[in-house]
Design a protein around this ligand. Structure first.
Ligand code: DGP
Length: 116
């Protein structure tokens, strides 16, 4: 069982967030420190700490995160111009919150894929 995090509290409605989508598998809300005009975090409702903790039974939920990302990109009006999806893992990946999440970033050119 993963440690509870602020994202777990947001999923359960115990902490405030600007939620843009929620169903029985995933929750999506706006990042508190947006790095682009659209910066949404898509998280599994189940508290998976990192990509390292993903199990075969999570495949459907993880696939659903992409379906939700595509839907939100369309709703945000950024689908045609494009956007970036990012999942950070542990220290070198720059992960800060240990509840797996996908960043949806768009609304401007996002720039280089990785810093040199
Ligand atoms: P990462 O580095 O991939 O773990 O990104 C964590 C993101 O989570 C970071 O962009 C800031 C965002 N964040 C951290 N705390 C909160 C919070 O309480 N609410 C919201 N909406 N976003 C948060």
């Amino acid at each position: 069982m993963s440690e509870d995090t602020i994202f777990g509290k947001i999923v359960r409605g115990e902490a405030p967030a600007d939620i843009v989508f929620q169903d029985d598998r995933v929750t999506a809300f706006r990042d508190i420190t947006p790095q682009a005009p659209t910066h949404i975090l898509i998280v599994p409702n189940k508290a998976i700490a990192t990509v390292n903790d993903v199990k075969p039974e999570d495949e459907e939920t993880l696939g659903h995160m992409f379906v939700v990302a595509a839907r939100l990109a369309e709703e945000e009006g950024i689908a045609d111009d494009g956007y970036r999806l990012i999942v950070n893992c542990n220290r070198d990946g720059g992960q800060i919150v240990f509840h797996l999440h996908m960043h949806l970033l768009g609304g401007r050119p996002i720039g280089r894929m990785v810093a040199r």
